[in-house]
Design a protein around this ligand. Structure first.
Ligand code: GAR
Length: 495
């Protein structure tokens, strides 16, 4: 059995469930829409989300996905297509192939953020997976091929690297990253028992709860349908939420009478009808607050890495889940553009202008005192362009980290992108490292690999590296704070 294979939220990210199926084309969207309609009829503010939809058609000059439209219209809320289907791919095929055909990289963080934004509009969300339970969401990358398969990983090392950083992110990981209970739609046809049992095993192996299953009759000619249904009922070990007959027009309204509302509400711990209330699913918001842990971010310029960290902290609920707060953003330059960005986000800012100090030691000492006021567990250098004195580094030893735009130990210092191009490197990237007294030489915590393309100039390359930094640094900050010590480095390939 595959163990729960990476650190996942302890509680559902929001109230809702994740709908998966025994295969593609077995009525997962049909049932998701019907479940959404049914809960909407109870007075719930429910939304359906299909994070990845493959297959667009042009209707009156607009590219639309039929599943997304069906889910949108099933919801009682006024939501847009792009909110229900944040990633819609044109080709009707496996998502990682469709994405490749369109030159799209499916970015887990962006996708998860988009899902959470839509879920935040509702009190309850029905999130529909893609295809069956374990569908790859991007091409396996070289690092992933070398890494052990999830089934072979040891539990303690699993915490080190989330699957999307290992290149193994699949639709099951999407459910895991949302920590949602799962509903399995079984397409009732020959072979469905094996598919259903394997799916149920995979769901539980990922540490998720199978809260219910729905039998959806997709083949009106199926032989021994009742016997198959009875066998599934015995084998799946979860309550049946309904048995839906073959319908020539599988619309939500004709389906809802075949769904067992009492079983559904019981499974998701909700009150019975007459008390139209959202279920009390424990979420990060209702879980006890963890003790506060401050971080302080130092910037000198645009502060885009600081912004990426702040955004991730917000969307991934670092404060609620881990007690992590960005206590202050401090700059050595009053004109650093990132200061305004921080203020716009409601973050506290401070300026300690280095020009007002005669010596490096005096500036560092003032900076140290300012930082100390926030009692940070971690000081994050994000484009902070000052060489720090040994006294400063030693004062924050073990809790001072930096991001550098190269694959250290190659290219410490400045002009890293031009130097990588001049040296004929095929790959460069970014490194998050602990800060040591020697510049850019501290212990490496995480790296992102970015290919150098034939027509790259320093500007183009810098832009792509910066995009990779924005994915890497928030992950590295979180890992540094929540992981046990002496972890090995994380690698993120950015092809
Ligand atoms: C980033 O590329 C970061 O790696 C680099 O400065 C940029 C800051 O951008 N840092 C260094 O070169 C440190 N030696 P940002 O202000 O937009 O985050």
């Amino acid at each position: 059995m595959i163990p729960a294979n990476h650190s996942r939220p302890a509680f559902p990210t929001f109230p809702g469930f994740f709908v998966t199926g025994t295969d593609t084309e077995i009525g997962k969207t049909t049932i998701s829409a019907a479940l959404t309609r049914l809960l909407g009829q109870q007075g719930w503010r429910v939304v359906a989300i299909k994070p990845i939809a493959a297959g667009l058609e042009c209707v009156e000059g607009q590219w639309v996905n039929d599943d997304v439209q069906r889910l949108r219209t099933a919801s009682p809320l006024d939501v847009q297509d792009h909110e229900v289907g944040p990633l819609q791919l044109r080709h009707p095929c496996a998502p990682h192939i469709a994405a490749k055909l369109e030159g799209v990289v499916i970015d887990p963080q962006s996708l998860l953020s988009a899902i959470k934004r839509t879920a935040a509009k509702a009190d309850f969300s029905v999130v529909e997976g893609v295809g069956g339970f374990c569908v790859p969401l991007h091409e396996p990358i070289a690092a992933a091929l070398k890494a052990p398969h999830p089934s072979e990983q040891k539990a303690d090392s699993d915490l080190e690297t989330p699957p999307h950083l290992r290149g193994r992110w699949d639709s099951a990981d999407l459910a895991v990253d949302l920590a949602l209970p799962v509903v399995l739609v079984v397409g009732m046809r020959l072979g469905c028992i094996n598919h259903a049992v394997l799916s149920a095993e995979a769901i539980r192996a990922r540490g998720l709860k199978l809260v219910g299953w729905v039998a959806n009759h997709v083949n009106p000619q199926m032989g021994h349908a009742d016997d198959n249904f009875a066998t599934l009922n015995q084998l799946l070990g979860a309550p049946c939420w309904g048995r839906v007959p073959f319908l020539s027009e599988p619309l939500p309204d004709p389906i809802t009478p075949h769904l067992n509302l009492a079983a559904i509400l019981k499974a998701i711990s909700a009150p019975l009808p007459g008390l139209p209330q959202v279920p009390q699913v424990p979420t990060a918001a209702t879980a006890p607050s963890p003790p506060p842990r401050n971080i302080v971010i130092l910037i000198s310029g645009s502060g885009s890495n600081m912004q990426a960290i702040a955004e991730t902290a917000q969307t991934a609920q670092w404060a609620e889940r881990h007690g992590i707060h960005i206590a202050a953003v401090i700059s050595n330059r009053a004109d650093a553009a990132g200061l305004q960005t921080a203020r716009n986000r409601g973050l506290h800012t401070e300026v300690i202008p280095h020009t007002q100090f005669e010596t490096r030691a005096e500036f560092d000492s003032a900076l140290r005192d300012c930082i100390d006021r926030f009692a940070p567990e971690l000081v994050v250098l994000a484009g902070f362009m000052r060489v720090l004195t040994a006294a400063f580094v030693q004062h924050f030893a073990g809790r001072l980290i930096n991001i550098h735009p190269a694959l250290l130990p190659a290219f410490p210092g400045l002009n890293t992108h031009q130097r990588a191009i001049d040296a004929g490197c095929q790959f460069t990237g970014a490194t998050v490292h602990e800060v040591s007294v020697e510049v850019d030489q501290g212990r490496i915590l995480a790296q992102a690999v970015v290919p150098v393309l034939p027509d790259d100039d320093a500007g183009r390359l810098a832009h792509r590296v910066l995009m990779a930094e924005h994915r890497l640094y928030p992950q590295a900050v979180l890992q540094k704070l929540i992981q046990p010590k002496n972890r090995s480095q994380t690698q993120l390939s950015q092809r």
